[in-house]
Every structure is written in C-alpha cells, then in structure tokens.
Ligand binder design. Structure first.
Ligand code: NAD
Length: 444
C-alpha cells in the first residue's frame, strides 16, 4: 500500500519505518527541515534501539523516503497517518493545533479518496474535528480513522511489530477493510485487531495511559507507607503480584513517572472530565502523588546530610551547600534519550537550588541533558567519572549498565559512599556489606 506519515517524531518515524518493513511504500513527512535533512543523510534524530538498522534497510530498498513536501506526501498516498505532537495547553488540555494544521494541509492537497488515520493521542471527539478540518479544504471523498499508538519508547520497534492489540476506530467498511489489510502482518501471532467506533478508540488510549500512571502512583504511595512503617515494598509487591487479579506488571516503586505521554495524557483526561463536570478524583490524586514522588529522593538526600552534619545549619546557608551529588540516569526511562518531563530534571533542579553541585551521566541522553542544563551541571563522560569526589550517588534511571557496577571502584572515587537508589536496583544487604550507606524507596 502507499502510505504517508505526517510527523516524523518518535511515533511517526517508528510507524513509517515498520510499515515500510512490512512491504509498504512509505513517505515520512515533517515540517522540521533539520530532521528531514538528517534522515536523508542517513542519520537518525532520536535514539531508539533497532531503529537505525531498519531505516537503513528500508531506505536502501527505496520503500521509505523522507520529505518536507506535504503536497507530494498527500498525493502519493492512499492512507495518511497523522502522528504529530499533542502537547498540553495552558489548562492541561491537549493542544490540537498541530493535528488540525496537518488535517487542513491534507485536505488542501487531496487528489482522490484517502483514509486519514489519526495516530496522535487526542481527546474524544477529535475525529469529528479532523473530519471537518479536511472537509473545509477539499471536495474529494475521504474517511477518518482513529488508530491510537501504544508503543513504549525504548522498545518501540518490538511493540509496533508485535503489538498486544491494535485498536482501530473506524466507521466506513472501506476504511475498516484497508486497516485490517495494513495491520494483518503485525498480528500473525493471534493478537487482536479491535474494531470500534472512533470515540471509543480515542478514549481507549487515554484510559490505558491513565491506568498505567495510576499503577505507578499507587505503588509509590505503598512504598512511602512501607518506608515509614518498617515494611519492605519488594516483599509486599511480590505478595500482591501473585494474586492473578493484580499481577506483577508496572508495580515498581521509583522516582515518579515522566515522559511525553503519562503526565500530559493524565492532565488532558482530567481537563476533559472537568469540562463535562466529572470530578476525576482518582486521576487528580494520581497526578498529586506523582508530583510529590519526584521530590522524594531529594528530600531523602537533604535529610541524610542534615542528620550526618549533626549540627544546626547556619541561617542563610543552603541545605546542600558544599555537597556534590552524582546522578546516574537522566532520560525518563532506560533505552531512550527522551527527557521530556523526566523526573531527573525536577531532582537536579532541586539539588541545584539547595546549593549542591551535580555530576551526572546517562548512556544516551547527554545531548538532550545539555540542552536543558547547559553548564549548570557537570555532564560526565562515563558513570564512574560522575562519582569523582561525590558525597552521594542518586540512581534516577535504571539503565542496565548501572545494575552491576564495580562497587569497590565506586567507593574509591566517592568522597563518602552513600547511595540513594531511586529505583531499588541494588540489594541493600550487599551494598551495606560493602560499606555503603544505602537508601532505597520503601525498603525496610
Ligand atoms: P514528537 O514531538 O517526537 O514528534 C512530532 C513531530 O511532528 C515533530 O517532528 C514535529 O516537527 C512534527 N510536526 C508538527 N506539526 C506538523 C505538521 N503540521 N506537519 C508535519 N509534521 C509536523 O512526538 P511523538 O512523541 O512522536 O508523539 C506524537 C503523538 O503520539 C502524540 O500525540 C503522543 O501523545 C502520541 N504518542 C507518543 C508516544 C511516545 O512514546 N512518544 C507513544 C504513543 C503515542
């Protein structure tokens, strides 16, 4: 099939590449000239495991091309995906500017029947707005489809190629048939293509992300209660998880959720609910717990140094003045360079405000980190370099390379061997035996 994808970010680039890999002719279009130039140069603007290799293979076979030309992207496609951003507006609602701009542009260049598929995460009812925006610019027939994306950054290719399910909101039989054909190669393992109405498809995406965010805030709250009461969240989590109704997935305590999806999608759903006079009590609590959780590790650090200093802080002196804190992990989760809404940003901002110096390392997000922090923190070339002279280490993102470090080497490099393990990646008994002071999240 001839496909175009409008918006070549994390979702659009993965979608376009995977659809090319399954034999379609795909044009990826973006208004960002620099991005398209990079891609046409054979370089990939984001870090996503396995993506570069797939792009190379499909561009070599000319099944995948990149352009900034909307007219050719629209004219040369039967199915057009919209995969542009839907960032939060000032009131938290999803800003549909980019989606509707893209829809109007699609309408403008339409030269025959097209299926326009919205892959961006959008509030219920956006399908109607997209339809109206296209219709305002064309007399040609078209169908609008909702096809929310569930890929996880860091495992995006695997998720797209082998989805747990494909959700399609469509009304016309022709569009339903085309979408079934397009996705058939991705559901050979028997996973379902769920056909539903457009509004339900749009809502499915928000409900799924809200549920996942809820699980994270729930387990974080349990961890905080465990920490105070002398119970151990790891044992509690296991004890809960063997109950089939609960399960183990997505129940790991940490430093709060971040990324480009959960925070904005929970906010957008709260906003939609409130617009319709529904209280969204659970969702608001999920957000509030998350905001607090992002500060938790910082509070533990301040408390540790307050207690160990053993004397009252002179008035006016910042609580972490003269302290150097090493931070391992900056991206909002492992295997991505994405730092949008990353808890590391809140943690580091708080550390700096409290007077600490920060030495940080991330395996792939260093360029993104530099854009945010510039010279306010020291970006270390490797994880050990970040530890040089540090009073403590905060593990913020659980990259594999941080899981089994050389503790003896760490101890030599640090001024004092103190670990704040924001992801509970270490065995606290082992680390303590090696002479470290250890703080986990909700551990005994
Ligand atoms: P992104 O910011 O990485 O990419 C969006 C791209 O769209 C940018 O490259 C931008 O230049 C381009 N763009 C904006 N307006 C355009 C226009 N009029 N024409 C052409 N290109 C245009 O965003 P993303 O992370 O890929 O997210 C896209 C959508 O998918 C969002 O709604 C998001 O919520 C949703 N989503 C994201 C993920 C994720 O993990 N990132 C997962 C599922 C769903």
């Amino acid at each position: 099939m001839k496909i175009s994808v409008i918006g070549t970010g994390y979702v659009g680039l993965v979608t376009g590449t995977c659809l090319a890999e399954s034999g379609n002719q795909v044009i990826c279009m973006d208004i960002d000239e620099r991005k398209i130039e990079l891609l046409n140069d054979g370089r990939v603007p984001i870090y996503e495991p396995g993506l570069e290799e797939l792009i190379k293979r499909n561009t070599a076979h000319t099944r995948l091309t990149f352009t900034t030309d909307m007219a050719s992207a629209v004219r040369n496609a039967d199915i057009i995906f919209i995969a542009v951003g839907t960032p939060p507006g000032e009131d938290g609602s999803a800003d549909l500017k980019y989606v509707l701009d893209a829809a109007r542009e699609i309408g403008k260049f339409m030269n025959g029947y097209k299926v326009v598929v919205n892959k961006s995460t959008v509030p219920v009812g956006t399908g109607d707005k997209v339809r109206a925006a296209i219709a305002s610019r064309t007399k040609h027939k078209f169908d609008v489809v909702s096809n929310p994306e569930f890929l996880k950054e860091g495992a995006a290719i695997e998720d797209f190629m082998k989805p747990d399910r494909v959700v399609i909101g469509a009304e016309s039989p022709k569009a339903i048939q085309l979408m079934n054909e397009l996705y058939a190669p991705f559901v050979r393992t028997g996973k379902p293509i769920l056909m539903m109405d457009i509004r339900s498809a749009e809502m499915t995406k928000y409900a799924s992300n809200a549920m996942l965010a809820t699980k994270i805030s729930f387990i974080n709250e349990m961890a905080n209660i465990c920490g105070i009461l002398g119970a151990d969240i790891d044992s509690v989590r296991k004890g809960m998880g063997y109950d089939k109704r609960i399960g183990f997935e997505f129940l790991f305590p940490g430093v709060g959720y971040g990324g480009s999806c959960f925070p904005k999608d929970v906010k957008a759903l709260v906003q939609t609910a409130e617009e319709h006079r529904i209280a969204a009590t659970v969702l608001k609590a999920v957000e509030a717990v998350n905001e607090e959780q992002k500060k938790m590790i910082f509070r533990k650090i301040v408390e540790h140094f307050r207690v160990t200093a053993g004397r009252k802080r002179p008035p006016g002196k910042k609580p972490l003045a003269g302290r150097t804190i090493a931070v391992w992990g900056l991206s909002f989760k492992p295997r991505t360079d994405d730092m949008r809404e990353a808890p590391s940003v809140v943690i580091i901002d708080n550390l700096l405000r409290a007077g600490a110096e920060v030495r940080a390392h991330d395996p792939v997000a260093m360029n993104e980190a530099y854009k945010i922090f510039k010279d306010r923190i020291f970006l270390a070339g490797d994880s050990y370099e970040a530890l040089r002279g540090a009073d403590a280490l905060a593990v913020v993102t659980e990259w594999n390379e941080f899981r089994t470090p050389d503790f003896a080497r760490m101890k030599k490099l640090m001024k004092t061997p103190v670990i704040f393990d924001g992801r509970n990646v270490y065995s606290q008994d082992e680390v303590r035996k090696l002479g470290f002071t250890y703080y986990g999240m909700g551990r005994r």
